[in-house]
Design a protein around this ligand. Structure first.
Ligand code: 3HC
Length: 335
């Protein structure tokens, strides 16, 4: 392609982003924009899928049919979110299988938060309140992401995340109205999840290599620190209603800023979790690998079924073309 053509295409892309319109899969886009979207959407999809594990562990132990049904629905939603996101990534030219291989080969990340264990049933409430609450703060602006398929997937995901957050908060409201032991269980859980929830927003802005470019491209709409602050300001009054203490001695209202000041998360811990040394990193990946291996027969059966259906369709229109196209030995057909 001539340099002139690329310049015109680049100008068209920039104009679309500047006008706050959407880039669609068939539109021209810079290679780096495509790569950054694949990176972020893949990590997001992996987070949803790995995120099923800490809570999935509690489905059989939920204390009532109502709580079991809610938790089951929530974990299923997370599988659905993973699927919408892998589908959005596929519109950028990557294959879901390839992304899964990268996840289980530790070549792509997933959210740090899912490397912490869910140790008590209060954790189910606190994950809903804080983890899903943080996810909503981070993800609502992604509904306005410049890439159409990601933005549209996020609209539905955020609606469901909002249900997830509310079910967590409702569970905690019931627990704090219960016995002293239940209140203690909630406080202990908040103590463990508060700081990892703040880390979900990513490193401080000064240490975030991707934010500036992502904001220029309209992928991210706010910086990591802006969203973290928004989350703190939302969580503090909610903690007061629950009667729990957030484990941060530096947390206080700052009337000049109109926001809460808060302490510094332990960024060394964050880096260690990202490098694979969190409390559950190896367990989460091992389980995901096993699930992928156990699911091999389902994928094979689905491929065989699709090939059979396509073969029938080819025979019906008399061309047999679909049959040939699906035959991997037929190089001509795969060109
Ligand atoms: N966990 C793991 N990795 C993280 C992270 C976290 N909490 N925060 C940042 N990182 C990684 C980044 O991915 C990046 O690594 P890379 O360059 O190898 O991709 C590196 O740390 C530097 O961070 P940046 O701030 O420069 O990266 P981004 O600009 O991409 O911002 C982000 C990070 C805010 C997480 C952004 O990617 C984002 O908004 N992603 C979409 C939302 C998402 O993935 N959320 C995960 C949670 S999903 C969830 O919670 C499920 C729900 O059911 C609860």
């Amino acid at each position: 392609m001539h340099a002139q053509d690329t310049t015109a295409l680049e100008a068209g892309f920039q104009a679309t982003v500047a006008a706050d319109q959407r880039i669609e899969p068939r539109d021209w886009m810079p290679d780096a924009y495509r790569a950054s979207l694949i990176r972020q959407i893949a990590q997001h999809a992996h987070s949803e899928i790995i995120g099923m594990q800490p809570e999935g562990n509690w489905i059989l132990r939920a204390p009532s049919l109502r709580r079991k049904a809610i938790l089951l629905a929530k974990v299923q939603d997370e599988a659905g979110h993973g699927l919408y996101l892998y589908a959005a990534a596929e519109t950028l030219g990557v294959d879901r299988e390839e992304l899964t291989e990268k996840l289980i080969g530790s070549r792509q990340k997933y959210s740090s938060i899912f490397n912490y264990p869910a140790l008590s049933f209060a954790d189910i409430g606190v994950i809903g309140w804080l983890v899903d609450g943080a996810a909503i703060c981070n993800q609502v602006p992604l509904c306005r992401c410049s890439y159409g398929p990601y933005a549209r997937a996020m609209i539905r995901i955020c609606k469901e995340e909002s249900f997830h957050q509310r079910q967590g908060y409702e569970l905690l409201l019931s627990m704090v109205k219960g016995t002293d032991a239940q209140r203690l269980m909630v406080q202990e859980s908040v103590d463990r999840w508060w700081w990892p929830s703040l880390m979900m927003f990513g490193p401080p802005d000064g240490d975030s290599p991707n934010t500036l470019q992502s904001m220029e491209w309209g992928i991210k709409r706010h910086t990591n620190d802006e969203l973290r602050q928004r989350f703190v300001d939302m969580a503090v009054p909610q903690a007061e209603v629950l009667g729990v203490t957030l484990p941060d001695p530096d947390l206080r209202w700052n009337p000049e800023r109109g926001s809460y000041d808060y302490g510094e998360p332990d960024w060394a811990e964050f880096k260690a979790v990202l490098k694979g040394s969190g409390p559950c990193n190896s367990e989460r990946l091992a389980r995901r690998r096993r699930a992928h291996e156990n699911g091999a027969w389902v994928r094979e059966a689905a491929m065989a079924y699709a090939a059979k259906q396509a073969g029938r369709a080819g025979q019906a229109d008399g061309t047999g073309q679909a049959d040939r196209a699906l035959d991997p030995a037929n190089e001509e057909a795969t060109v």
